[in-house]
Design a protein around this ligand. Structure first.
Ligand SMILES: *[C@@H]1O[C@H](CO)[C@@H](O)[C@H](O)[C@H]1NC(C)=O
Ligand SMILES: *[C@@H]1O[C@H](CO)[C@@H](O)[C@H](O)[C@H]1NC(C)=O
Ligand SMILES: *[C@@H]1O[C@H](CO)[C@@H](O)[C@H](O)[C@H]1NC(C)=O
Ligand SMILES: *[C@@H]1O[C@H](CO)[C@@H](O)[C@H](O)[C@H]1NC(C)=O
Ligand SMILES: *[C@@H]1O[C@H](CO)[C@@H](O)[C@H](O)[C@H]1NC(C)=O
Ligand SMILES: *[C@@H]1O[C@H](CO)[C@@H](O)[C@H](O)[C@H]1NC(C)=O
Ligand SMILES: *[C@@H]1O[C@H](CO)[C@@H](O)[C@H](O)[C@H]1NC(C)=O
Ligand SMILES: *[C@@H]1O[C@H](CO)[C@@H](O)[C@H](O)[C@H]1NC(C)=O
Ligand SMILES: *[C@@H]1O[C@H](CO)[C@@H](O)[C@H](O)[C@H]1NC(C)=O
Length: 497
């Protein structure tokens, strides 16, 4: 009897085990499926805080193809930017332009109440979209982040494509009211009435245009009074310039893969060196596709202040200063010589120098070199002048920003006159003295370093909270401080995939 009872229960046990494993398997497959579906819309009431353990990017919302993601991007190690990144490459395509970055702290919150808002304690708002009555947030498969109202038809109340950062993606319209700003805040792209312009902010007060691409108007003319122009990176591999209301481009700036079928995403970015570069994503890499300025010496400042660019490399305008030892000639400076405390300067002259983008620089005609120099010497907003006496013509170019990189020209009829702040040269000491001071200073620094290190560790730990607790809000700096560090930090880490 016992034996038969045993034989009767064994099949049940086996059945149960089979059922059990099937059930566990089913549960697992369900959780796997749940993990595989990503968040593709944010609805009213959504809230998120940054996770302290995330080192680079915390994803909050994806597009339907899981190619683009909105999330918190860690910048400058302890600050937070809201960003749309390209997931396969971790490259940021858009950043919320807040005048002040929020700290990476769990007291910071992103919420959606019709507008997207980044806020901190005491209802402090770090960034928000314009007040909008939106009902959901999505990312389109173009990387465009949209706040939508679910009317019929659906309406868009805000979109990131209207607020570009330093990058334009394929099919994004860039209009005459927008600007691209390089991540270091130094360079800008804007549209004129019939051209695309790149501008450098070498000085607080003025902008110098260094690249101007005028529309060729081959296929269509710009009709005056018919509206401003806008540009768009076309999937066919070109940067098209259009006039509002006309779908025929007034200019076509071809990329390397012009009219070659490429399915990869095209982007155009204003780089930190001031160049405008096009890339496409080939599935594993961003492939360079276009650059506005192909000669490195024609970039706005490839070698820094008071330098000279030649095919062979960088050197200094002042031949007593060695470029190779420090990678610069003089620390960059700004302003002018108009206020009394800043009016002192010494003069540096150099033969055989030429201006980059000189067709975009203001000039006067003078008969003599001395007249040209006088014009600059007597004008406190002038930083330098270049006299070109080729065939006795007498072009006198005037620079109203601190001297950047000049070109070496064999032609000695091109003469440069440059003002140098009195204190600018002091930084470059005689190398012998510098070495002595260096050794002494080094010893002192090590001592100070040891003392500071302990303090620094405590400081960094407390910093995020301190920023929050400050009553009137400290100001860690303008948009440009988002700068290089943000991009470096994200490019260094691997794709989340
Ligand atoms: C977006 O997609 C990535 C990669 O598939 C994934 O790691 C991430 O969790 C997704 N984000 C959301 C919010 O679903
Ligand atoms: C959403 O929150 C922000 C910041 O707290 C506030 O200024 C705004 O009025 C709110 N919008 C709505 C529709 O409540
Ligand atoms: C993007 O979405 C549109 C419609 O919303 C669709 O027609 C198009 O094929 C999609 N593109 C990709 C690359 O998925
Ligand atoms: C960000 O905002 C500041 C002022 O609010 C503006 O000057 C700057 O041009 C903006 N940057 C971009 C990329 O639009
Ligand atoms: C860009 O502009 C064109 C023409 O005005 C328009 O048809 C298109 O929808 C716009 N694209 C986006 C993404 O706004
Ligand atoms: C591009 O694709 C179209 C259709 O997919 C095809 O007809 C054409 O031949 C292709 N062109 C090139 C240059 O590959
Ligand atoms: C530096 O320039 C000055 C004046 O242009 C010239 O006299 C001198 O020989 C140059 N020195 C060197 C080392 O090239
Ligand atoms: C400029 O050219 C004229 C005519 O060729 C010549 O007389 C004059 O000396 C030159 N001036 C300078 C500063 O080289
Ligand atoms: C001085 O230079 C500035 C900028 O280069 C220019 O706008 C101004 O007209 C000049 N002033 C005189 C008196 O030439």
């Amino acid at each position: 009897m016992k034996k038969s009872a045993n034989s009767a229960t064994r099949p049940h046990a086996i059945q149960f085990l089979i059922f059990f494993f099937v059930f566990i398997n089913y549960l697992c497959s369900r959780t796997e499926a749940a993990a595989a579906t990503s968040t593709q819309e944010l609805l009213l009431g959504f809230k998120a805080t940054p996770n302290p353990s995330v080192s680079s990017f915390q994803s909050l919302l994806n597009d339907t193809t899981d190619t683009f993601s909105l999330g918190f991007l860690r910048v400058n190690s302890n600050q937070l930017a809201l960003a749309v990144i390209h997931l396969p490459s971790s490259k940021p395509l858009w950043l919320a332009n807040s005048t002040q970055l929020a700290p990476w702290s769990d007291r910071i919150e992103l919420s959606f109440n019709g507008s997207l808002v980044i806020s901190g304690p005491h209802s402090r708002v770090f960034w928000s979209t314009t007040r909008a009555e939106g009902q959901r947030v999505v990312i389109l498969n173009t990387s465009n982040l949209q706040i939508q109202k679910l009317d019929d038809p659906l309406s868009v109340v805000w979109q990131s494509f209207d607020f570009p950062t330093d990058t334009l993606v394929e099919n994004q319209n860039f209009t005459s009211t927008m600007s691209l700003v390089s991540s270091n805040g130094l360079y800008l792209m804007r549209l004129g009435s019939n051209f695309i312009g790149l501008y450098a902010k070498f000085n607080d007060k003025s902008e110098q245009i260094y690249w101007r691409h005028r529309a060729l108007e081959a296929k269509a003319d710009i009709v005056e009074g018919k509206g401003p122009i806008y540009v768009r990176v076309n999937s066919d591999g070109f940067l098209g310039t259009y006039q509002v209301g006309n779908n025929v481009p007034v200019d076509v700036e071809a990329f390397n893969n012009f009219q070659r079928n490429s399915s990869g995403l095209l982007t155009l970015r204003l780089e930190q060196d001031g160049n405008l570069k096009g890339h496409y994503w080939d599935g594993t890499n961003w492939v360079l596709n276009y650059q506005a300025i192909s000669d490195a010496c024609q970039l706005p400042s490839p070698c820094g202040s008071y330098s000279l660019c030649k095919q062979s490399g960088c050197s200094c305008l002042d031949n007593r200063t060695d470029y190779s030892s420090s990678g610069e000639c003089f620390a960059s400076t700004s302003g002018d010589f108009c206020s009394e405390d800043k009016s002192r300067f010494r003069v540096l002259r150099r033969k055989g120098v030429e201006l980059p983008f000189k067709e975009l620089i203001r000039y006067e005609m003078t008969s003599y070199l001395e007249q040209c120099e006088d014009l600059c010497q007597n004008n406190c907003s002038c930083w330098g002048a270049l006299y070109n006496n080729a065939s006795g013509s007498g072009f006198c170019y005037m620079l109203d920003y601190p001297i950047q990189t000049l070109l070496g020209a064999g032609d000695v009829s091109k003469l440069g006159y440059f003002k140098l702040r009195e204190d600018a040269g002091k930084r470059k000491l005689n190398t012998g003295i510098a070495a002595g001071i260096g050794i002494l200073g080094g010893a002192l620094l090590i001592l100070i370093g040891v003392i500071l290190f302990g303090g620094y560790k405590i400081w960094t730990r407390r910093r995020a909270n301190r920023i929050l607790e400050a009553e009137d809000g400290v100001s860690p700096g303008p948009y440009k401080n988002l700068g290089s560090a943000s991009f470096r930090s994200i490019e260094m880490c691997n794709a989340p995939r």
